[in-house]
Design a binder for this molecule. Structure first.
Ligand SMILES: C[S@@+](CC[C@H](N)C(=O)[O-])C[C@H]1O[C@@H](n2cnc3c(N)ncnc32)[C@H](O)[C@@H]1O
Length: 218
């Protein structure tokens, strides 16, 4: 069977048999191929780019997989089957992810598996404001650090620290989590060091972040 990267495997492991999945921004479609093969059920896969769809078609042929419905188009606009209840959006920036979710078709989705490349604070806050809560979170190192969040329909109350660090990640405080924030801390300290004193506000904001991270991991 297809061997996924640790990042894609971590996402795949959050999919369960009941999920009717659309992988938005599937690119090579390796994740869709893996899920279709594992559960022997239909998976929808889409991408904005023709090049990605062509590559996905090649891979589907290569692995001789049946049951992937491949569509070219923007975000959730191509969703036509009311049974789809789970979306995977991985490898994109926070704002692109939010733009994709700001579509009325989101309402049929009870589970969102999200791997953003940046801005986890805004991501968590904005998706929770859309009517979801954080059911599960994973942090892994696969060359880079990656955070993968499983959102489910419903409401939970979170504070600033929860949105910033992740309510589940900060509760578990795994070794990878601590190492990630140590890495981020050093990065921010070195950025601050290189900002001239006259940029007071920038330095002040960074100091606040540095203190927040120090408090969290110490
Ligand atoms: C960096 S790739 C990630 C591919 C795959 N999801 C992964 O995690 O390995 C991002 C993909 O998302 C696609 N994409 C970006 N915005 C999109 C949108 N609004 N709708 C559909 N696909 C989109 C891009 O064309 C690209 O193929």
């Amino acid at each position: 069977m297809i061997k996924l990267s640790l990042r894609l495997q971590t996402i795949a492991d959050l999919v369960s048999k009941e999920d009717n999945v659309i992988d938005v921004g599937c690119d090579h479609a390796l994740l869709s191929i893996y899920i279709t093969n594992k559960y022997q059920k239909k998976v929808y896969a889409s991408d904005l780019r023709e090049g990605a769809i062509k590559q996905a078609e090649k891979n589907i042929k290569k692995y001789n997989i049946e049951g992937i419905v491949l569509k070219q188009g923007n975000g959730l606009e191509i969703v036509s089957n009311k049974k789809i209840n789970t979306v995977i959006i991985a490898g994109m920036g926070c704002q692109t992810i939010i733009n994709i979710l700001n579509n009325p078709k989101r309402k049929q989705l009870s589970k969102l598996l999200i791997q953003s490349n940046n801005d986890y604070y805004s991501l968590r806050k904005k998706i929770c404001h859309l009517g979801y809560y954080i059911y599960e979170e994973k942090i892994i190192k696969d060359g880079h650090y990656y955070l993968i969040i499983d959102f489910r329909k419903g409401k939970k109350k979170y504070n600033y620290q929860d949105y910033y660090f992740g309510p589940i990640l900060r509760k578990n405080k795994s070794r990878t989590y601590i190492n990630y924030y140590k890495y981020l801390l050093n990065q921010k300290i070195s950025i601050k060091h290189n900002i001239p004193n006259k940029y007071f506000l920038k330095r002040y904001k960074l100091s606040k972040e540095i203190n927040r991270i120090k408090k969290e991991i110490n």
